[in-house]
Design a protein around this ligand. Structure first.
Ligand code: ATP
Ligand code: MG
Length: 753
C-alpha cells in the first residue's frame, strides 16, 4: 500500500493494529496526527470499515477539517461520512437525535456565554439577591466548573464541600441559583456549552439502551490532543469504547496547556489503569522541524519536573539558530517583525502563509496588525477577530465617536444601553424616528426626550445625556488619552469587563487596556502635534477600514494565540512579546504547576516551526497607560545558548535609518492621515478652539484676503493670502492663537464672519 510507505515502523504499528486500546504519547511533530489520519484511511480503504462507524474527536474545527481533507485524499469521498469533529459538535449532534430521552426538544437552542450570563442576571434579580455579591460572571464560572466536574445541582446542594466554600465566600445561595438556572434552561428548551458534555454523560449513564446503540455504532474511537481532555470528555469516550475497546488516543503530556480549563493530565495515567491490555507506542523521530528547533525545544522542556521521559530527535538539517529580535518599544517590535517577514519572504521566495506570528494574549495583536498593514502584508487572525473588530474595542470606540459626534446613529445604537440602563430597542427606534420626523439630530432629541418619551426610560436617557455632556467637557479640556481613559472608566465599560473574571472577560479587559495604551502612545509621540481625541479617531478610522481584503486571496500571514496554534505547523514562526509578566504571564507565576504550564505553552510555540523560529521582545511597553520597562522572558534564557543567536539586522542597536533604507521603507508611516494632520497642528500647550454654538461652515468660494474667519479648532483669524495650485485653492490665515496656517479649502471648514 503506497500510503503505508509514508510511515516509519512505530507509526505503522499504530496504523495497522486496529483492534484493542492503543495510546501514543509522543513529542511534537512526531506524526501522531498523521497516525490517526492514516489509521482512519486504512480502516476505510483496506478493512472496508463503514465510515459511519468511526468516531474521531479533534480539538478544533480547523483540525477536523484538515484531517478530513487528508483522509479523503487517501481513502476517497466515502470518508465524508465519518463522525469527526470537536467534542462539542459531535455530542450536540447526538443530543439532537436523543433529546426526547432527556425531555428536551430535538431543536433545542444552544445558549452562548452571553445568553447564559443574562439569564443568571435575571435570576439573581428576581430572587432579590445582591448582584454585587452574586456577580453574573462569578456565578456563571461556579456553575460551569460544577458541570465540568459532573456535579448536578442536586449533588451540589448536598455536597458539604461546595456548601462550605460558598458559605465562606458569603455566597450561600449559589446552589439555589444553580438549580433555578438549570430549570429555566430546561423550560426554555436550551442547553449551554457545558450542558453538551454534561447531558451526554447523563444520557449515557441513565439510558443504557441509547448508550448501547452508540457503543455498537462506533466500532472505532479516536482522540487527538488527548492530553487536553477533561474528566467529562474522558468519561464519555470511556463509556462509548467499553464494548469494542477499539480506542486509540494520541497526545503529548509536554503540550498540555488547558489545565486552567479543567483538562486533566491524570487522564493519561488513568488510561493505563482503565485498559490493562493497552498497546503503548512511542514515536521519537520528529519530521517537522530542523535539528536546532528540536534541540532548542527539548532543552526548554527539560526544565519541567513533571514530564514523561521522551527522546525526540530528527534527521532533518541543522537549519538556522533560534533568532532573537530586540526592540525598544512594542510598536517598534511590530515594525521589526513585519520587516523581517518582508525580507525573508522575498529572499527565500516564501509565501505569506508560510509565516505565523504567535502571542500569549490576544491584545498583543494590535501592534503587529498595525505594522503589517503599513507594509501591505496581508494577514489573518485565527481563532479570533482582528483587534479593531473585537466587540469591546468597537464598544469603546463607539463611545469616543459619539462624544465627538453625538449624531452618529451607529455609535448611538451601540452604546445607548451599554452598560445596561434600561433603554430598550423600541425606545431607541422612537428616538431615531423622532429625529427624522422633526429634523433633529439624535443628541437634540435626547436633550428634549420628554417631548417624545416619558417615565423611567426618559429618566435613563436624561442620565445618559448628562454623562455624554461630562465627556464632552473632558474632550475639550484634555488630550486623547485622558479623555478616552475617563470615558472608559466613567461609562462603566471597564468596570463591567473588570468584573468578568472568565478567561474571555480577562481578554476583553486587556484589549480595552491595550486600546488605551495605543492612545497613550499616540499622545506621547513627539511628532504627533495634534493630540486630540479627534485626531486619534481619524487615524483609527483608516485602520478599522483597512479590511479591503480580497476574499479570493488566500495568501495571508497567520496570526493567533499560542493556544490556538496547537497541532499546526508553519515554516517560519515568530513568538512575540517574549517578556517577563507577559510570557510567562503574570497570572501564572503563583505556583510551580502554573509556571510549568506556561513553559509547556512555550514548548508548543517553538515546536510549531519547521524551518525558523524568531523570538522577539521589547524593552518598553505601555501597560495600563504607563510606559513600563520590560525584562526579557526567562524562557529565552532557558533555551540552551548554542541554539540561539541575536538577529544582526533586526535589532534596535541598528540605527533605524539603515532599516528604513531598504525596499520596504516606502511603506513606513506615510499615509493619508499625515495630510490631514498637517492641517491640524496644535503647538504643544495650546488648547484647540471650541467653535461657536452656531458654527456652520459657509461657502468658502467667497473667501478673500482681508476677511475674518472662524475655524472649528484654531478659532478666529484673518485671511492673509489666497493661492490657486492646480485644482486646489489655498488660504493663508493668521490665527489669533495658532499663528499662520495654510489650509486647503476643500478640507478646511471655515466660517466667514
Ligand atoms: P503535534 O504534537 O504538534 O500535534 P504531531 O505529532 O501530531 O505533532 P504531525 O502533525 O502528525 O505531528 O506530523 C508533523 C509533520 O511531520 C507533518 O508535516 C507530517 O506530515 C510529517 N510527518 C509525520 N510522519 C512522517 C513520516 N513518516 N514521513 C514524512 N513526514 C512525516
Ligand atoms: Mg498533532
Amino acid at each position: 500500500m503506497d500510503y503505508l510507505e509514508q510511515l516509519n515502523s512505530p507509526q505503522r504499528e499504530g496504523v495497522e493494529n486496529l483492534e484493542g486500546p492503543t495510546m501514543i504519547i509522543a513529542g511534537a511533530g512526531s506524526g501522531k496526527t498523521r497516525v490517526l489520519t492514516y489509521r482512519i484511511a486504512h480502516l476505510i480503504r483496506s478493512k472496508n470499515v463503514d465510515p459511519f462507524s468511526i468516531l474521531a474527536l479533534t480539538f478544533t474545527n480547523k483540525a477536523a477539517k484538515e484531517m478530513r481533507a487528508r483522509i479523503e485524499s487517501v481513502a476517497g469521498t466515502d470518508a465524508r461520512n465519518l463522525w469527526m469533529g470537536t467534542f462539542h459538535s459531535i455530542f450536540a449532534r447526538i443530543l439532537r437525535s436523543e433529546a426526547d430521552k432527556l425531555g428536551y426538544p430535538s431543536n433545542f437552542t444552544i445558549y452562548d456565554t452571553d445568553d447564559s450570563k443574562s439569564l443568571i442576571r435575571n435570576i439573581v434579580k428576581e430572587k432579590g439577591l445582591d448582584d454585587k455579591v452574586y456577580k453574573h460572571n462569578l456565578v456563571y464560572n461556579r456553575i460551569s466548573g460544577a458541570k465540568n466536574n459532573l456535579i448536578s445541582w442536586q449533588n451540589y446542594l448536598n455536597n458539604p464541600l461546595y456548601i462550605s466554600e460558598d458559605e465562606q465566600a458569603l455566597k450561600p445561595k449559589m446552589g439555589i441559583i444553580y438549580k433555578e438556572y438549570v430549570e429555566r434552561c430546561f423550560r426554555s428548551g436550551a442547553m449551554d456549552f457545558d450542558d453538551l458534555l454534561f447531558n451526554t454523560n447523563v444520557l449515557f449513564r441513565d439510558h443504557l439502551d441509547v448508550l448501547n446503540k452508540y457503543q455498537q455504532r462506533f466500532k472505532y474511537v479516536m482522540i487527538d490532543e488527548f492530553q487536553d481532555t477533561n474528566i467529562s470528555q474522558y468519561l464519555i469516550t470511556k463509556r462509548l469504547a467499553s464494548v469494542h475497546q477499539n480506542i486509540c488516543v494520541v497526545g503529548d503530556d509536554a503540550q498540555s496547556i488547558y489545565a486552567f480549563r479543567g483538562a486533566n493530565i491524570q487522564n493519561i495515567l488513568n488510561f493505563e489503569k482503565d485498559y490493562p491490555d493497552l498497546r503503548v507506542i512511542k514515536l521519537e523521530q520528529n519530521y517537522r522541524s530542523t535539528q536546532n528547533i528540536v534541540n532548542a525545544a527539548n532543552s526548554v522542556i527539560l526544565k519541567n519536573s513533571a514530564q514523561l521521559q521522551k527522546n525526540i530527535w530528527t534527521d532533518n538539517d541543522n537549519g538556522e539558530l533560534v533568532n532573537l529580535i530586540k526592540s525598544t518599544s512594542d510598536n517598534e517590535e511590530g515594525r521589526l517583525v513585519a520587516s523581517s517577514i518582508f525580507e525573508d519572504r522575498n529572499n527565500k521566495k516564501l509565501e505569506n502563509r508560510d509565516f505565523a506570528i504567535l502571542y500569549r494574549t490576544n491584545s498583543q495583536s494590535r501592534s503587529m496588525e498595525e505594522a503589517l498593514r503599513k507594509m501591505n502584508i496581508p494577514y489573518r487572525i485565527f481563532g479570533g477577530l482582528s483587534f479593531y473588530q473585537r466587540k469591546e474595542i468597537k464598544d469603546l470606540l463607539s463611545y469616543l465617536r459619539f462624544v465627538i459626534n453625538p449624531n452618529d446613529e451607529q455609535s448611538f445604537r451601540r452604546i445607548i444601553n451599554l452598560p445596561k440602563r434600561g433603554i430598550g430597542a423600541s425606545s431607541v427606534d422612537k428616538i431615531i424616528v423622532a429625529g427624522f420626523e422633526n429634523d433633529m439630530g439624535i443628541f437634540e432629541v435626547l436633550e428634549n426626550i420628554r417631548k417624545f418619551i416619558s417615565g423611567r426610560t426618559a429618566n435613563a436617557v436624561e442620565n445618559f445625556v448628562t454623562l455624554i455632556k461630562t465627556f464632552k467637557i473632558k474632550l475639550e479640556r484634555a488630550d486623547a488619552y485622558e479623555t478616552a481613559a475617563f470615558i472608559a472608566k466613567q461609562s462603566g465599560l471597564l468596570r463591567d469587563l473588570y468584573d468578568d473574571k472568565t478567561i474571555e472577560g480577562l481578554n476583553r479587559y486587556e484589549n480595552v487596556q491595550e486600546l488605551l495604551n495605543a492612545i497613550k502612545e499616540f499622545v506621547d509621540t513627539p511628532e504627533q502635534e495634534d493630540k486630540s481625541l479627534e485626531a486619534f479617531i481619524a487615524d483609527v478610522a483608516l485602520l478599522t477600514d483597512a479590511n479591503k481584503e480580497n476574499p479570493a486571496d488566500t495568501d495571508y500571514v497567520n496570526m493567533m494565540t499560542i493556544h490556538s496554534a496547537k497541532g499546526l505547523e508553519f515554516k517560519h514562526v515568530y513568538v512575540v512579546g517574549m517578556e517577563e509578566d507577559l510570557f510567562p504571564s503574570q497570572m501564572m507565576l503563583n505556583s510551580r504547576a502554573d509556571l510549568e504550564e506556561e513553559r509547556r505553552l512555550f514548548y508548543v510555540a517553538l515546536t510549531r516551526a519547521m524551518e525558523k523560529v524568531t523570538l522577539s521582545y521589547a524593552l518598553t511597553r505601555y501597560r495600563f497607560g504607563r510606559l513600563k520597562s520590560c525584562e526579557p522572558s526567562r524562557f529565552i534564557e532557558e533555551i540552551a545558548p548554542e541554539f540561539v543567536k541575536v538577529d544582526r539586522k533586526f535589532n534596535n542597536s541598528e540605527p533605524m535609518g539603515k532599516l528604513n533604507s531598504g525596499q520596504g521603507n516606502s511603506f513606513y508611516a506615510r499615509n493619508l492621515v499625515a495630510q490631514r494632520k498637517a492641517e491640524n497642528k496644535v503647538p504643544p500647550g495650546k488648547k484647540l478652539h471650541t467653535p461657536s454654538p452656531d458654527f456652520a461652515p459657509s461657502d468658502t468660494r467667497k473667501l478673500d484676503t482681508g476677511m475674518r474667519v472662524e475655524h472649528p479648532k484654531f478659532g478666529f483669524g484673518d485671511v492673509k493670502k489666497m493661492d490657486v495650485e492646480g485644482a486646489n485653492r489655498k488660504a493663508t490665515i493668521e490665527f489669533e492663537n495658532f499663528g499662520e496656517k495654510t489650509l486647503l479649502l476643500t478640507f478646511a471648514k471655515l466660517r466667514i464672519m
